[in-house]
Design a protein around this ligand. Structure first.
Ligand code: ADP
Ligand code: 5GP
Length: 225
């Protein structure tokens, strides 16, 4: 395997985790980098599976030690970072690596490793994003016992609109409307980047940001209203 680095970014609530979980069950040879974070585990999340959950002191120690390929403070609240070790790990295992990181982290990795294949996931409209954010907040509330306020939801929507401005920095964009279709597209992008030709090439091409499909333009214009 070529050791391709995939970056996938999306505004919170777009459905990226859902998509990535499905992709992992469909595609072989893809390592998933388990990020470090200072946020609390949510729902059924387990330490070392979805994230390495660490304290702010531990995170700051890792920054000082140069352990991160990239890191960011997401929503101005919690630290999230990708360990340099994740790259070495995937390389040694002969696998491709998928980084699920926010747009700040995506920009850092694209700068350091310009050969990385970047994919942006967006929801079809702000109304649909709001619905998904509210549903996800229920799981967050249940996990942390801290109520997710209306202000938090509105802040996340505003952050999403801002993050969408970075979409053109990404090679591919996919609109997560019907989940199964988005999964087909994500799989096609990965396989097409691996050099598979049959059946995936045209799907992947239609997701390139430089082809600006009508689906992509419709979603972006919904966010501009
Ligand atoms: P993210 O990782 O981008 O923050 P999640 O994967 O946690 O988002 O999804 C947010 C919510 O939206 C979850 O409740 C999830 O089940 C739901 N969801 C994800 N994709 C879709 C989709 N295509 N259609 C409907 N609901 C979806
Ligand atoms: P969540 O708390 O919903 O799991 O993630 C919040 C945001 O942090 C998402 O946009 C997710 O992609 C991003 N994120 C997760 N891990 C990392 C990481 O290692 N680095 C950066 N920069 N962002 C991350």
């Amino acid at each position: 395997m070529a050791g391709i680095l995939f970056i996938i970014s999306a505004p919170s609530g777009s459905g990226k985790s859902t998509l990535v979980n499905q992709l992992r069950s469909l595609v072989e040879g893809l390592d998933f980098s388990i990020s470090y974070t200072t946020r609390a585990p949510r729902g059924s999340e387990e330490n070392g599976r979805e994230y390495h959950f660490i304290t702010r002191e531990e995170f700051e120690g890792m920054i000082a030690a140069g352990d991160f390929l990239e890191w960011a403070e997401v929503f101005g609240k919690d630290y999230y970072g990708t360990a340099v070790a994740a790259l070495d790990h995937a390389k040694q295992a002969g696998k491709d690596l998928l980084l699920d990181i926010d747009v700040q982290g995506g920009a850092q990795v694209m700068k350091k490793l310009p050969h990385a294949v970047s994919i942006f996931v967006l929801p079809p409209s702000p109304e649909i994003l709001e619905g998904r954010l509210r549903r996800r907040s229920e799981a967050e509330e249940a996990a942390s016992k801290i109520p997710i306020t209306e202000e938090t939801i509105q802040k996340r929507l505003a952050v999403a609109k801002n993050e969408l401005k970075r979409i053109w920095d990404y090679k591919y964009a996919l609109v997560n409307n019907v989940l199964d279709q988005a999964v087909i597209e994500l799989r096609a992008i990965v396989l097409s980047e691996r050099g598979v030709r049959d059946g995936v090439q045209s799907i992947a091409s239609s997701c390139r940001t430089d082809s600006a499909s009508s689906k992509l333009r419709a979603a972006l214009s919904a966010f501009q209203n």
